[in-house]
Design a protein around this ligand. Structure first.
Ligand code: 5GP
Ligand code: ZN
Length: 111
């Protein structure tokens, strides 16, 4: 499958992996938008949030993000978790991913 995140899952292209288990992979974004910018993905190829209803894995993904946030000290300063779903949100990679962003002040509303 010609999916960049599946290739990262299969170790066909490198990434700075910060967490891995049987179902989930987390790695640093190649073009970070904040001092901490980690992508958390299901290993299963699903295009977006609407295609993924594996509640146990989603629950673990959030637990992983909370753990990573603590590891980076973001629990003290705050952080943002984002899913860009589809065209209007600007989803560029069609494999579900959560962005964990932190380490700087962020603006709201998003652009
Ligand atoms: P989206 O716009 O789809 O929500 O976010 C896609 C994200 O994937 C972007 O932040 C982009 O920098 C990141 N990205 C795209 N290609 C690669 C890659 O090959 N490696 C890594 N580590 N991140 C990537
Ligand atoms: Zn994929």
């Amino acid at each position: 499958m010609d999916c960049i995140f599946c290739k990262i899952v299969n170790k066909e292209i490198p990434a700075a992996i910060v967490y891995e288990d049987d179902n989930i992979l987390a790695f640093n974004d190649v073009a970070p938008q904040a001092p901490v910018h980690i992508l958390v993905i299901p290993k299963e190829h699903v295009q977006g949030i609407a295609d993924f209803d594996d509640s146990p894995v989603l629950g673990i993904m959030f637990a992983v993000m909370k753990k990573l946030a603590i590891e980076h000290g973001l629990d003290r300063t705050g952080y943002r978790i984002v899913v860009n779903q589809g065209q209007d949100a600007g989803q560029a990679v069609p494999h579900l991913h959560f962005h964990l962003l932190g380490g700087r002040k962020m603006t709201w509303p998003p652009g």
